[in-house]
Write a protein that binds this ligand. Structure first.
Ligand code: SAM
Ligand code: SF4
Length: 470
């Protein structure tokens, strides 16, 4: 792999500027309300404006920010939640990231790379539970090059068990060069995620030793620009919260999103905000640990600042916090998650730290999560229609095109939910799921689209027809 940067490579993170923005006086309540109104009017916020929301820590204003994030979520996106599962392919790693169980200096880590048959067995187990969307996760290692990633993706798509199939494969792996992104795009990937981990240069240098592959800040910051140059415009950004001041990282994420938007005309498809978890042999300063309330604040502020982007909340967080965070604009969660290599067939009920990158907080089964979602009034969705029909940037379309959600997202959420209930759901989950389907149908106008949807739902209940997307 060459280390050639993109044509536009530039270090667009100015630490001093972002820090200075956070050292200004608190904004008054009028300013905060104006910003909230701007976001509710579906306009993205500038970095300076985001900083003002971050500075607003008066409890009353924080509540207003929470309420606004809830309103934005409800009025723009509705009650759908997309579900996926991670599949760890390999834990070999040449890097030495201070926070990660896979880092090369950790002698206790069990190193393993799934071969193609092992991948097929994991995917079979995932399909038998009802999963339709996966993210493949890799350490950074010469073995895990673009061809290897592409081969893993093709292998996953090739596994079909009964009504089971994986309809979208996303990737979280080390940055590639432009040619590498072309190869993985060709294999039919969905989103390619690269998290900057921390946007703060000194902290980045502290946790990523300089002589490791990941030690090069700009190579990583430029990663998704190279993807864009390769024609892979479905990319995900993220920061690992707990390494540095969470407010600085939010500004970094917003700056990154705006940079991609301005340069390539398309912002990130998703933003991830993993919070640091205990990991094998990892002892990190707790100074920057993010408290639950601040974590919820950062989710709400990201929702308001980058209102057109999907937001991912993983099983690193426990069930109670995930439940709370859903109302602030999270659009995707994983469920039924195991992150040990081979964990979907081999692991027992307890987590084994040496076999995984970090420990997770929500180990419930997919069915349990599905049940809680529908009982709480969410509509779990396994929809993959836009990506398969070439409607890329679907989250942006949901946001920007009036009527898009009603016409595509809701019908596809309901058909994919019903597929799950009929093919994999427990009795209790099916009953609760059918109730929410009926409630959602009742909200739709009596038109041709609804008649077609009702007819497709009946086909799913009474025939073997599946994958009936709009
Ligand atoms: N190895 C590739 C890389 O570093 O880009 C792929 C990603 S890594 C397997 C997935 C992500 O897990 C990292 O980007 C990091 O944000 C997150 N992660 C690492 N250690 C973690 C920990 N202790 N707690 C929570 N998340 C962690
Ligand atoms: Fe390797 Fe990624 Fe873990 Fe760093 S975060 S040690 S690159 S797996």
């Amino acid at each position: 792999m060459s280390r050639k940067l993109s044509a536009t490579a530039t270090d667009f993170i100015d630490d001093a500027h972002l820090t200075a923005l956070l050292e200004r006086p608190r904004p008054d309540s009028r300013r905060v309300r104006d910003l909230v109104a701007k976001s509710l009017d579906k306009q993205a916020l500038a970095v300076e404006e985001t900083a003002d929301l971050l500075l607003a820590d008066d409890p009353e204003l924080v509540e207003e920010i929470f309420a606004a994030a809830r309103t934005l979520k409800e009025t723009v996106y509705g009650n759908r939640i997309v579900l996926f599962a991670p599949l760890y392919i390999g834990s070999e790693c040449i890097n030495d990231c201070a926070y990660c169980g896979f880092r090369r200096s950790n002698p206790d880590a069990v190193r393993r790379t799934l071969d193609l048959d092992e991948i097929r067995r994991q995917v079979t187990a995932l399909e038998e539970k009802g999963q339709k969307r996966l993210i493949l996760v890799f350490g950074e290692h010469p073995k895990y090059n673009a061809e290897f990633i592409a081969e893993s993706v093709r292998t996953v798509y090739g596994v079909k068990v009964g009504h089971g199939e994986i309809r979208r494969v996303n990737i979280n792996a080390a940055p590639l060069d432009k040619a590498g992104y072309e190869i993985v795009k060709e294999a039919g990937i969905g989103t390619y995620q690269v998290f900057q981990e921390t946007y703060h240069h000194p902290t980045y240098a502290q946790v990523h030793p300089r002589l490791t592959a990941k030690g090069d800040y700009l190579w990583r910051l430029d990663a998704l620009s190279r993807a864009m140059e390769a024609g892979l415009d479905d990319v995900g950004i993220g920061a690992l919260f707990g390494l540095y001041d969470w407010r600085f990282e939010v500004l970094g994420l917003v700056r990154h999103a705006l940079f991609l938007q301005e340069l390539y005309g398309v912002g990130p498809h998703t933003i991830s905000f993993p919070r640091l978890r205990p990991a094998s042999g990892v002892q990190l300063d707790e100074k920057w640990q993010v408290a639950d309330r601040d974590f919820l604040r950062l989710i709400a502020i990201l929702r308001l600042s980058v209102p057109y982007t999907g937001m991912i909340l993983t099983a690193r967080e426990d069930a109670a916090l995930r439940r709370q965070a859903l109302s602030f604009g999270v659009s995707q969660i994983d469920a039924g998650t195991r992150i040990e290599l081979g964990g979907y067939t081999e692991a027992g009920d307890t987590q084994c730290m040496e076999r995984e990158q970090f420990t997770i907080g929500d180990v419930r089964s997919l069915d349990e999560v599905m049940r809680e979602l529908v009982v709480d009034g969410h509509v779990p969705s396994f929809c993959t229609a836009c990506y398969r029909l070439g409607r890329t940037g679907e989250h942006f379309m949901e946001f920007a095109i009036p009527g898009f959600i009603k016409r595509f997202c809701t019908p596809n959420a309901l058909t994919t939910l019903l597929e799950y209930l009929v093919d994999y759901g427990s009795e209790e989950t099916r009953a609760a799921g059918e109730r929410i389907i009926a409630e959602e149908l009742a909200k739709l106008p009596e038109d041709a689209l609804k008649r077609e949807l009702v007819s497709r739902l009946d086909r799913i209940r009474t025939t073997e027809d599946r994958d009936l997307y709009f």
